[in-house]
Design a protein around this ligand. Structure first.
Ligand SMILES: C[S@@+](CC[C@H](N)C(=O)[O-])C[C@H]1O[C@@H](n2cnc3c(N)ncnc32)[C@H](O)[C@@H]1O
Length: 258
């Protein structure tokens, strides 16, 4: 795995930093929101699945392992792709989960190529109208598009908002439940369903639930052995703690009309 210089670690966004220290589940609702999403995806062994912004490949691996389905996993970041490919290989699933570079704003796939299209915590980082349109475009008629996004569960204090959107995730934008539903409806999807829950990925409880005790200990070990990791964690965690009480996840699921 590529070893980053201290300066590069300092500049990583929180999600890439989580990948570097070995976290596997890197989206606001953790495994709980992935389960909420998969319950609405109705995947079987013959379902053609696309996971856009796949991160380190955790959901793609889970789908292939659980259902034996073919899952194309794409991400824009070389750092994520390297880890996703390694994790897919370690799981012995390279024959079912091709990992390749791809941009949610300009996917290389033909229209209607997939039965299920997933984007967990990706649309909110980019031009959301274009991203939602691309996800819908590559879904087959009757196919499902499923996304996980952030939203404010309760109005944040100005301080919490500034810390999260100004310091922790600059450039990130997110909306209300209604705005997310409107976005995916405008992309041409119908029968929109949503499920919401708290942002627990970075709480002790959520971290343990998502990664398990052994992996948590491994992550703590990887943080402890590099001063650059310790500094990054020491910067990140108090800021996350200020924003967490106001943050939630929303899973949005829609169908491409036939
Ligand atoms: C919050 S992480 C989520 C990763 C993964 N989906 C998960 O849930 O663990 C956001 C991911 O989106 C990827 N990403 C950001 N912009 C993207 C784009 N334009 N096209 C594809 N992936 C993108 C990032 O590299 C990162 O892996």
């Amino acid at each position: 795995m590529t070893k980053l210089a201290s300066r590069e670690i300092e500049q990583l966004d929180p999600y890439k930093f989580m990948a570097v220290i070995g976290k596997r589940v890197i989206h606001p609702g953790g495994r709980a929101s992935t389960e909420a999403l998969l319950r609405r995806a109705a995947i079987t062994a013959s379902t053609r699945v696309l996971d856009v912004g796949c991160g380190v490949g955790t959901t793609a691996v889970e789908i292939a392992r659980r259902h034996g389905a073919h899952v194309t996993a794409v991400d824009i970041a070389p750092l994520m792709l390297e880890r996703a490919a390694a994790n897919v290989g370690d799981a012995g699933l390279a024959h079912l989960v091709p990992v390749e570079p791809g941009d949610i704003l300009d996917l290389r796939f033909d229209d209607a190529s997939f039965d299920v299209v997933i984007a967990e915590a990706v649309t909110m980082f980019v031009d959301r109208t274009r991203a939602a349109a691309e996800l819908a475009r590559v879904a087959a008629p009757g196919g499902r598009v499923l996304a996980t996004e952030f939203f404010w569960r309760r109005p944040p204090t100005p301080e919490a908002k500034e810390i999260f959107l100004g310091q922790v995730c600059p450039g990130l934008e997110f909306d209300t439940i209604e705005d997310w539903v409107r976005l995916y409806e405008s992309a041409g999807l119908s029968a929109l369903e949503t499920e919401t829950g708290p942002f627990e990925m970075m709480t002790t409880k959520g971290f343990l639930a998502d990664e398990g005790l052994a992996r948590c200990l491994g992550i703590m070990g990887r943080v402890a052995v590099r001063p650059a990791h310790v500094r990054k964690m020491a910067w990140l965690m108090p800021r996350m703690a200020r924003a967490v009480p106001y943050l939630g996840y929303i899973v949005v699921a829609g169908t491409k009309p036939k």
